[in-house]
Design a protein around this ligand. Structure first.
Ligand SMILES: Cc1ncc(COP(=O)(O)O)c(C=O)c1O
Length: 362
């Protein structure tokens, strides 16, 4: 008997494993696993979402025109070059589908965001990883891996799960040494958190070059992860390509409404940023005091390095026991590391307290 067989590549995909949000039998859980904002969404976004409920029998604006306009205003971008997606994940997948196919290669950094090789493999595209230096993207290593088959180069800046970043100069050097027919995708999901003079999210690079795209998300500082909303800033030719393959109503009406309200609520994102700026250094310092190495992060999470795989697993288990969910980095080839999102003050304190007690028991 014959049965339908998925296309080459599909069954090679190791499915993405998301962070936990619940622990069975525990009522009050502290979730520090998925780099969401601990402050929750803007009240204005919640209201816009609820107000949109009366219109869900109607198709929404398939071009997300008002939302693109408000994103453009907030980030000084041309709305005509913006494409919205159901999360930046969808945009990443669309970019791969639009620009590569079987026999082509997608280049990324070894500890880069895991969705790049997952979507590449699913599309029959070969993912090629370049080595890093001190858990940081290495421009020369990436350039050395460029081949005739390279079609796309993805870089998360800052990177998840390491929290490290490439400065403006290095990013420009990467672009300038890349063939013009290779699309450089700068995934700036955590850009809003970065507080460094030598950082660019990539808007300027997109505007200057025909082969650079920047992707952004509303899942992190904007607090809309469950709504699935992201956007890409593109050269016009790329916008055109994405709009041709995009599902016509890929961003739901309530998501557009909430996204627009979230863009306009600057006070809310300011509060999120202030919280991160206070607690990111605190978390780093207290993890260090417990004897853990912490990779310097410019995002809203840290990567804590344990001496070995077993001690990372034991710490992860002890935290779960204490009702605190972090992320073990096995699927990122960093099994001796835990990624910990910056939480509310009391959540960060509870984490440090639980880890301290765990180490004391050993
Ligand atoms: C670097 C990076 N890019 C993209 C995403 C996907 O975000 P979204 O929720 O917009 O699909 C994430 C989510 O964790 C991320 O860390």
């Amino acid at each position: 008997m014959t049965t339908p067989i998925p296309k080459p590549g599909v069954l090679d995909v190791a499915p993405y494993i998301g962070g936990l949000h619940t622990i069975s039998g525990v009522n009050r859980v502290i979730v520090l696993a998925s780099n969401e904002t601990p402050l929750g969404p803007s009240q204005k976004a919640i209201k816009a979402y609820t107000d949109a409920a009366g219109q869900i029998h109607r198709y929404c604006d398939g071009h997300a025109s008002a939302l693109r306009k408000s994103i453009g205003k907030r980030f000084s971008c041309d709305p005509e070059r913006i494409v919205c997606g159901a999360g930046s994940d969808e945009l990443i997948q669309m970019l791969i589908r639009a620009y590569a196919g079987p026999g082509d290669e997608l280049l990324y950094s070894k500890y880069g965001f895991s969705i790049y090789p997952i979507f590449a493999t699913g599309a029959g595209v070969t993912p090629v990883a370049a080595e890093e230096t001190n858990l940081t993207t290495n421009v020369d290593a990436l350039l050395a891996k460029v081949s005739d088959k390279t079609r796309l180069l993805f870089i998360a800046n800052p990177n998840n799960p390491t929290g490290t970043y490439l400065n403006t100069e290095e990013l420009s050097r990467l672009r300038d040494n890349l063939r013009d027919d290779i699309l450089l995708v700068i995934d700036a999901a955590y850009a809003e958190y970065v507080n460094r003079d030598d950082y660019t999210a990539g808007v300027d690079l997109v505007e200057r070059h025909e082969n650079v795209v920047m992707t952004r998300t509303c899942s992190k500082i904007f607090g809309l992860a469950a709504l699935r909303l992201g956007w890409a800033y593109c050269p016009l030719a790329v916008t055109d390509a994405l709009n041709r393959i995009r599902s016509p109503f890929n961003v739901s009406g309530p998501a557009q409404a909430a996204g627009l309200a979230a863009m306009e609520d600057r006070a809310h994102t300011k509060k999120s940023l202030a919280l991160n700026e206070q607690w990111l250094p605190w978390l780093t310092k207290h993890l260090n005091r417990l004897g853990l190495e912490v990779v310097p992060s410019v995002a809203n999470f840290v990567l804590a390095r344990f001496p070995d795989v077993e001690s990372a697993q034991l710490a992860y288990d002890a935290l779960l026991e204490a009702g605190i969910i972090t992320r073990l980095m096995k699927s990122y080839h960093l099994p001796e590391s835990l990624r910990i999102s910056v939480g509310l003050g009391e959540e960060n304190e509870a984490l440090i307290q639980a880890l301290r007690q765990h180490f004391e028991k050993q």
